[in-house]
Every structure is written in structure tokens, then in C-alpha cells.
Ligand binder design. Structure first.
Ligand code: CA
Length: 453
């Protein structure tokens, strides 16, 4: 009897320590939120990409192989992860910060991640790209938006946070949002030298120019517009496309990977500094990107569509206190899951209205399934609520409905490059029905105004 009580006590202490429910020992959070880094552009997913620091952290934590952004649109993705709500619910659906400032900053319709943690006694630090106005207007106590393309200022600022005399007296959130590898790409020669052009692979779904189908549209609803940024011209005067040849895409990819390796080195220095300060042990380190990027896949650049290159992001969580036997999870995870997960780990209540789920059960056991499906939405740049593309992603399948209400179905297990649209194959009718059922549940939840097919 005594023995079992002691045993229970040990289990209890262990779990409260591990999962941070002890009031006096709240874990810290560092979130690194990169810009436009597609899921294949990290070393552990692609041996051509050199990210030794990130790989090292990832392999000691849990790599999420199936992580998706709620929307492949920069500002909307940021508003979504901060509020834990899909764009159509929080109101920031496209690239404008005005709706965020109106709904979140001025009218306080929804609390932000930084506000939740600040109210719970956390010091909240911001560094890097906001895209949503002054971070001190939405819950951050320290830090500013920095605008330089190579993130030198952002990393300098975050380094100064750690040097503050009272740093770490309170539990902290550090939100570090680098601008890399977003264009313009201007990596220094030392990083370019790591990537001989002849070693750059072109992916299987490369095309010079996209086919004229609405699923590839990156413009306003009904257009066939391909938003391949003019400012890629900053690197070797590469022409914006489409069309873009394999040679041009190779040069672009080289600069893109070199930029990511530079970023990896900056992150490595930051991690070293955090470790030396003694804070790494009690810090939950979350890494993901705001959206993906096309490297000539399907003839595209940029993001904005529902393809894997655009909506699927690299993600991992590292925490010294995680005790897992496997360091990878195939569980479906959404960027809307980050806020409830952080609240859960911090031992704070998760408000009912949040649209994601805590993935803490996956951190305990990477084989756990938390989401049956993931949704993503994109009204595009300048689009409006109720317009644009949507997708439903299960472990194996993806259903897309485009801005022109064209439906597509892909089997991601057999066709990871999304080349074979199966929507007209009668064999898959039950699967389509099931995915559309998920779509209905999701659209009703977020208040989607796009007509149901
Ligand atoms: Ca972005």
C-alpha cells in the first residue's frame, strides 16, 4: 500500500513536471516561425538542404511529417496562429493588416497567444517579421518588427533579450519570426558555395508554366494569374515567370537553399546562447514556417494554392523533458493547433472557441491521432471572405475545391507530387464523400461563406 502510494506520487510528480502543470515551474516557449519555407526545404526532409542545427534539434525532439498551415498567405497565416482561429473566423483572410488591427488590436474580438501568456505571468518577446503592425499592440511586452531581409537585426534583438539582467525570472515566450527564406534572396557567397548548381535536383512535378486550370490560380477568383514575384530579380537578375526554365529554377533553388543554410546558422547561434544561459532545459522549442513555397513545381513560384508545396510546412518540437522512443510523428497537425498546445503545456485552460486542438497527446506518444483531417483555406492576395481555394487533407488523401468550384482528389501516399487527379474515378466516390463530410464540418465551424458543392 505504501509502496503503491509512493509509486503514484512519483508518477504524479513526473507528469506534472513533464507536462508543466506546476504553477511555480511553468515552461518557457520559443517559437521560430520562418517565412516561406516549404516542407521539403529542411535537411531532415531533403539531404540536399544543409540545416545541421535545425536537424540536430529536430532529431532530439519530435518531427511532424504532416504539418499544414491554416492558410498559405503570409499575414493571414500569422493572424491565424496567434488567435488559434482560421482566417475566416478571425477576419484576417488576405495580406492586409487593417483587418487584424481593426478586429484584434482595436476591438479585441479575440485574444492573441501573447496576450494569453502575458495574462498568465509570462514575459513576451517579439523579434522579426510581424506583418500585423506593432507587436506591442497585440500582446508582446518587448521587441519590435525588424525589416532587413537577412534577419541580422532580428537575431541581434533576440540575443539582447537573453542578455537582459532579469531575463528568465518570469517564464517567457520568445516569438522569433525570421524573414528568410522569403524573397529577395541575397545569401552571401559562403552559403552559395555550399550548393554547386549541378547538385540541385529539380522536382518531379516541375513544369515551365502551369496548366490553365483554376487549381493553379494565384490571383483573384476566376483569374489564371501566377504570382511569381518580380523581386526574385534581386538574385542574379533571374527573370520572374512563368515560364521559367529548369536552369532558372536551379539557380533560384540554389539561392533559396543557401538562404536557409544561413538562417540555420543564425538559429544555431541563438540556440547556443539560450543553452549557455541555462534556459534551454525548461524551454519548449517549436519550429515551423508560415507557409510553403513552389520551386517551379507545377510551373509555379510563390504559394497561395492548396498544393503540398504551398500548404505543408516543416515543423518540429524539441523539449528536454520529452521522453519519447520515436522522434517522428505522422499525425496530422495544423498551425491552429499551436495555440491550444502552448496553453495546454503551460497548464492554462483552452477556451472552447479555439479551432485547433492541443497536440500534447502526440508529444507524449507520437503515434497518437489528434486530428482526423486538416483544412486549409486561401482567398488569395486581395481576395474576399467566401472566395478562393479550400482543401481537406487526411493522412492519405486530399480533396481540393478551387476558386472556380472545381473539385480535385489526390492520393498523397501514392502520388506525393499531386500529378494524378482522381476526382472522376467512380472507385473513389466513398472517399470523396467522406472528405466532403469533413469539409462540411469544418466550413460550418469556421463560418465559411463559400457555397458548398
Ligand atoms: Ca510567408
Amino acid at each position: 500500500m505504501i509502496k503503491s502510494s509512493i509509486f503514484l506520487l512519483i508518477i504524479f510528480s513526473y507528469s506534472s513536471l513533464v507536462f508543466g502543470q506546476k504553477e511555480d515551474n511553468k515552461p518557457n516557449f520559443v517559437v521560430i516561425f520562418t517565412d516561406d519555407q516549404t516542407y521539403r526545404a529542411i535537411g531532415y526532409n531533403n539531404s540536399e538542404v544543409l540545416t545541421p542545427n535545425l536537424d540536430n534539434l529536430a532529431k532530439k525532439g519530435i518531427i511532424f511529417n504532416k504539418a499544414f498551415t491554416s492558410t498559405p498567405v503570409c499575414a493571414a497565416s500569422r493572424a491565424s496562429i496567434f488567435t488559434g482561429l482560421y482566417p475566416q473566423t478571425n477576419g484576417t483572410v488576405a495580406l492586409d493588416r487593417d483587418s487584424f488591427i481593426k478586429n484584434i488590436v482595436n476591438e479585441n474580438k479575440f485574444k492573441t497567444m501573447a496576450e494569453f501568456l502575458k495574462d498568465a505571468g509570462y514575459d513576451t518577446y517579439f523579434s522579426g517579421k510581424s506583418h500585423l503592425g506593432n507587436p506591442q499592440d497585440y500582446g508582446f511586452g518587448f521587441g519590435h518588427e525588424s525589416s532587413n531581409f537577412d534577419d541580422e537585426i532580428a537575431f541581434e534583438e533576440v540575443s539582447n533579450f537573453i542578455k537582459k539582467a532579469d531575463f528568465g525570472e518570469q517564464p517567457f515566450l520568445i516569438w522569433l519570426a525570421p524573414r528568410q527564406p522569403h524573397v529577395p534572396l541575397k545569401p552571401a557567397q559562403q552559403w552559395l558555395d555550399l550548393y554547386p548548381l549541378e547538385n540541385i535536383s529539380i522536382e518531379k512535378n516541375f513544369l515551365n508554366t502551369p496548366r490553365l486550370e483554376s487549381v493553379f490560380n494565384q490571383g483573384l477568383p476566376g483569374e489564371n494569374f501566377y504570382r511569381d514575384s518580380d523581386y526574385i530579380n534581386n538574385y542574379k537578375n533571374l527573370p520572374a515567370g512563368p515560364p521559367r526554365s529548369k536552369a532558372i529554377i536551379s539557380e533560384f533553388t540554389k539561392a533559396y537553399y543557401a538562404t536557409i543554410t544561413h538562417l540555420d546558422s543564425q538559429i544555431g547561434h541563438f540556440i547556443d546562447q539560450l543553452s549557455e544561459s541555462g534556459h534551454m532545459e525548461n524551454t519548449v522549442f517549436i519550429f515551423l514556417s508560415d507557409n510553403g513555397y513552389f520551386l517551379g513545381n507545377h510551373g509555379l513560384g510563390n504559394k497561395l494554392t492548396m498544393h503540398e508545396e504551398s500548404v505543408r510546412v516543416p515543423m518540429f518540437i524539441n523539449w528536454d523533458k520529452l521522453k519519447v522512443n520515436t522522434h517522428e510523428s505522422d499525425a496530422l497537425v495544423s498551425s491552429t493547433d499551436i495555440l491550444p498546445t502552448i496553453l495546454n503545456i503551460a497548464g492554462l485552460p483552452i477556451p472552447e472557441y479555439l479551432q485547433g486542438k492541443s497536440i500534447l497527446p502526440i508529444l507524449r506518444d507520437p503515434a497518437t491521432v489528434v486530428n482526423d483531417f486538416i483544412a486549409s483555406e486561401s482567398v488569395g492576395v486581395g481576395g474576399k471572405v467566401g472566395t478562393g481555394h479550400r482543401m481537406i487533407r487526411s493522412t492519405e488523401w486530399k480533396y481540393i475545391i478551387t476558386d472556380n468550384n472545381v473539385e480535385l482528389l489526390f492520393n498523397l501516399s501514392e502520388d506525393p507530387y499531386e500529378l494524378d487527379n482522381l476526382i472522376d474515378n467512380d472507385l473513389y466516390e466513398p472517399i470523396i464523400e467522406k472528405l466532403k463530410g469533413f469539409y462540411k464540418v469544418w466550413r460550418d465551424k469556421v463560418g465559411d461563406e463559400k457555397p458548398f458543392p
